[in-house]
Design a protein around this ligand. Structure first.
Ligand SMILES: [Zn+2]
Length: 87
């Protein structure tokens, strides 16, 4: 039996000197060397990763997946397109 799918995902963030903030990172390999890159500028970030969970990620300004449209949409800025971010 598969275990229940709990939301235990965590996401690697690190400080990006270029973006001057903590950013979400992705892994890239240069030969055998594992590098962490900024999702925004593709620059290599510090290796000191901070793993955060989904709610912390959203608190940091990231949005992922499709939010369930409930209780007014959840966007306080009135942008109307907050669920279709391109960045
Ligand atoms: Zn960056």
């Amino acid at each position: 039996m598969p275990a229940p799918a709990l939301i235990t995902s965590s996401f690697p963030t690190a400080r990006c000197a270029v973006c001057d903030r903590h950013v979400l990172t992705y892994v890239a390999f240069e030969g055998d060397v594992e590098l962490r890159n900024c999702v925004h500028c593709d620059g290599v970030v510090e290796a000191d990763l901070r793993w955060i969970n989904a709610s912390e990620l959203e608190a940091a300004g990231y949005q992922f997946g499709a939010r369930a449209p409930s209780s007014g949409g959840g966007c306080s800025s009135g942008c109307g397109t907050c669920s279709v971010r391109k960045h």
